[in-house]
Design a protein around this ligand. Structure first.
Ligand SMILES: C[S@@+](CC[C@H](N)C(=O)[O-])C[C@H]1O[C@@H](n2cnc3c(N)ncnc32)[C@H](O)[C@@H]1O
Length: 270
């Protein structure tokens, strides 16, 4: 994750929680239903944010289990710690999970995180290597086309307010794997067996409040960096106006949840 994104997630922490009810929590819960941590198990929740999947995982493993929830954003980890005093299984760590030393986990899960790694494939393989042989690994990514509408209208709005040309839609390696069949093959290539990919359909009503939270409570907030308060207010107005004019009333927030079994650290399919 670039420093720009790290700063963004630190900035987004408060609104991240408000957006969570609509977005992060349903996706986190759906992922945990698939990775199914059992009482007493050890879980690594990578890129945990403020706990959308780590908290339900900790509830499932109970007092005799353990969830190591790891995020690079200290603000996210602080927020998570402040809300989980009653969950002894949950241990929150501010760290780069692509060099997290713990291993032998029964479950490794990363919800909406791996595409921020500077090398998505190497980072994911590293996470797979943290699971015990036979352990479950669950990775959740946006399905192709999800959430992009908000980003497109936002970049146009920033351009209108600043007079700068609109930035292009960011393209990364995840674009090559964000359809179910491709994601399945990619996960198998990371050394996982018996891979299944589930599509988790989700759609958010684009009320002005939620539409703006999608910006201020997510990585999209990077688009506002360097703008003063007046410019941010102008972007909000232009963005909401642009969505309204385009007749956008719902935001596709569908994800792909891929789960497979680790074969051990030297089992990568090349
Ligand atoms: C879109 S958020 C998702 C958070 C959470 N999993 C959820 O679904 O609510 C992505 C998170 O990944 C974290 N992240 C990105 N790269 C990371 C890395 N190398 N190590 C740890 N956390 C990372 C960011 O700080 C951010 O909190």
């Amino acid at each position: 994750m670039t420093d720009r994104y790290l700063k963004a997630f630190d900035t987004a922490a408060t609104d991240f929680e408000r957006l969570g009810e609509h977005l992060w929590k349903p996706i986190g819960r759906a992922t945990v239903e698939r990775t199914a941590p059992a009482p007493g198990e050890r879980v690594l929740d990578a890129c945990c944010g403020n706990g959308a999947s780590a908290i339900p995982a900790a509830e499932r493993v109970g007092d005799h289990g353990r969830v190591d929830a790891v995020d690079r954003s200290a603000a996210m980890i602080e927020d998570l710690r402040s809300r989980t005093g009653g969950l002894p299984a949950l241990s929150a760590h501010a760290a780069d999970v692509t060099s997290w030393p713990g291993d032998g986990y029964d479950v490794v899960q990363a919800v909406l995180g791996v595409f921020f790694f500077p090398d998505m494939t190497a980072g994911t393989e590293y996470l797979v290597s943290r699971a015990r042989p036979g352990g479950r690994c669950g990775f959740t990514i946006w399905r192709r086309g999800a959430v992009v509408t908000a980003g497109d209208h936002l970049r146009q709005a920033v351009s209108r307010v600043t007079g700068r040309p609109a930035e292009p839609r960011p393209a990364g390696p995840v674009e090559a794997v964000n359809l179910a069949g491709d994601f399945h093959a990619w996960l198998a290539g990371r050394g996982l067996t018996d891979v299944t990919v589930t599509t988790h359909e989700l759609s958010l009503p684009l009320t002005p409040e939620i539409a703006w939270l999608v910006v201020t409570g997510s990585g999209f907030v990077t688009a506002l960096s360097g703008l003063d308060q007046t410019q941010v207010a102008g972007v909000r107005e232009a963005y909401l106006d642009s969505l309204r004019r385009a007749g956008e009333t719902e935001l596709d927030a569908t994800t792909l949840i891929g789960v497979g079994y680790s074969q051990g650290s030297n089992a990568l399919v090349m």
